[in-house]
Design a protein. Structure first.
Length: 115
């Protein structure tokens, strides 16, 4: 099992920015897909953004043009840059990796956006 540790969450005002990090315990080069998900209170967990091994990115419609997913192989870290944050972005954000041998989740980091 690959250990994933998210960080970078916090409290920010609407319109502000945060950058989330997801540090993996192993090299992520062979991982097929790395994604960021979020779960708001009383709602189902949803995909926010993901990136494939080939570099293709995919975003939820609600975050397009505001969020950017990226990765750093040397640091085995995936990032989620979140700009123009809205109160509806408030949730616990989770990192997930998927490969032929892994389907692992991090413990999550809280993001709270105040009006």
């Amino acid at each position: 099992q690959v250990q994933l540790v998210e960080s970078g969450g916090g409290l920010v005002q609407a319109g502000g920015s945060l950058r989330l990090s997801c540090a993996a315990s192993e090299n992520i080069f062979s991982i097929n897909t790395i994604g960021w998900y979020r779960q708001a209170p009383g709602k189902q967990r949803e995909l926010v953004a993901d990136i494939t091994r080939g570099g293709q990115t995919n975003y939820a419609d609600s975050v397009k043009d505001r969020f950017t997913i990226s990765r750093n192989y040397a640091r085995s870290t995936v990032y989620l840059q979140m700009d123009s944050l809205k109160p509806e972005d408030t949730a616990v954000y989770y990192c997930r990796i998927v490969s032929a041998y892994h389907d692992d989740w991090g413990q999550g980091t809280q993001v709270t956006v105040s009006p």
